[in-house]
Design a protein around this ligand. Structure first.
Ligand SMILES: [Mg+2]
Length: 121
């Protein structure tokens, strides 16, 4: 069973993503900001991180920068999740280490398509 860490400050988004990903047979962990996500990755690195852009405490970009500096045994696949329909943001995220991106609002079809592109399903 593959594991997914869902990182989003919105409880509703985390719930929606959890429902979809549990349906896809992923083991789920949740974090509500980048700092908590980093701690979760240090405890147990997931196979994939579904990462929000705008969050308090530590946002998605700062999480990506911090993750790069971590001496982790494996590197999780990072799928960036944003409402910003802005190529500059997406390019910055990819340059910072994100593997793919998803536009909100997402559904199961979108997540499955993107996860397939990065070899997760
Ligand atoms: Mg947010």
């Amino acid at each position: 069973m593959k594991s997914c860490l869902i990182v989003d400050d919105s409880k509703v988004i985390r719930k929606v993503a959890r429902r979809i990903l549990e349906d896809m047979q992923f083991k789920i962990d949740e974090a509500e900001d980048g700092r908590m996500a980093l701690e979760a990755c240090q405890r147990e690195t997931p196979d994939v991180v579904l990462l929000d852009w705008n969050m308090p405490v530590m946002n998605g970009m700062d999480f990506l920068d911090a993750l790069r500096d971590q001496p982790l045994a494996k590197r999780p696949v990072v799928v960036f999740c944003t409402t910003e329909n802005d190529m500059a943001h997406i390019r910055a995220a990819i340059e910072a280490g994100a593997d793919e991106y998803i536009m909100k609002p997402f559904d199961r079809e979108i997540i499955e398509a993107k996860f397939a592109q990065v070899g997760l399903v």
